[in-house]
Design a protein around this ligand. Structure first.
Ligand code: UDP
Length: 237
């Protein structure tokens, strides 16, 4: 079996990933395919924490035009992450994974509240932990939640799944001459104002010394490459 470079990881997936071929919501086939890939990590002995966004259902920045108010809109976004977490927890269970979803946005009828010590115990026991509800507070994103949980759970790396192969200086989907970075620092990300993550997330990782690997989730085998230290994506330190 391949040797792990990172024993404990925090995988951040945007809600967009769950949308698959749909315009919004959750594509069941995508969910199960992803669940199998994550279960394989567990089989390899990797301790897996997961933060899922909510963008496939609700995201503050997509609905700024509605007169909802920031706090209400963000609350809806956090609830969207809970829905995604519930769906992914079920998908993981259906493929035989041992998993617990926990939420920083209290909703006890759906999943246990996020209590750091308890979540850590789940990880110690080899269970996959899905961290729902973002940070539990408005004005944040799930990228920042992922940085926080990676630090709190003493993860070895934050794996940020994207649709592109590397971090680029501009959108590679729009600009053919976009420059790719194979490695870089959080200082550079912040100074250049790169859109790969928000500033709060970059500052948290920088301050806490949490490395981040940005990689393309759409390519099969990439998650395994990421955890075994094979060449993939952009490493940010
Ligand atoms: N959100 C929030 N606090 C958090 C995390 C998320 O209020 O700690 C809200 C916010 O409105 C955000 C939405 O939840 O737009 C969905 O999260 P995000 O945009 O990070 O999802 P992604 O783009 O990764 O799917």
């Amino acid at each position: 079996m391949a040797k792990l470079k990172y024993k404990r990881i925090l995988l951040k997936m945007s809600g967009e990933v769950f949308k698959g071929r749909l315009k919004s919501g959750i594509d069941g086939d995508v969910l199960v395919a992803l669940a199998k890939r994550v279960r394989n990590l567990q089989k390899m002995g990797c301790e897996v924490g997961i933060v899922i966004g909510g963008g496939n259902i609700w995201r503050f920045r997509d609905f700024k035009h509605l007169e909802l108010g920031r706090v209400t809109s963000d609350t809806m976004g956090m609830m969207a992450t809970v829905m995604n977490a519930l769906a992914f927890e079920s998908a993981l269970k259906s493929v035989g994974a041992d998993v617990r979803a926990v939420s920083a946005f209290p909703c006890e009828k759906a999943m246990e509240n996020y209590v750091p010590k308890r979540a850590k115990q789940h990880l110690d026991k080899g269970r996959i932990v899905i961290f729902a509800g973002g940070t539990g507070s408005p004005y944040f994103t799930t990228d920042s939640a992922a940085a926080l949980r990676a630090l709190e759970m003493h993860c070895d790396v934050l794996l940020k799944a994207t649709k592109v192969d590397y971090v680029y200086d501009k959108d590679p989907m729009k600009y053919k001459n976009a420059k790719k970075y194979e490695k870089m620092t959080f200082k550079e990300v912040i100074e250049k104002g790169l859109g790969v993550m928000d500033l709060t997330c970059a500052s948290l990782c920088k301050g806490g010394g949490m490395p981040m690997l940005v990689f393309n989730l759409n390519k099969k085998g990439n998650i395994k490459k990421a955890v075994t230290g094979a060449k993939v994506g952009t490493i940010i330190t």
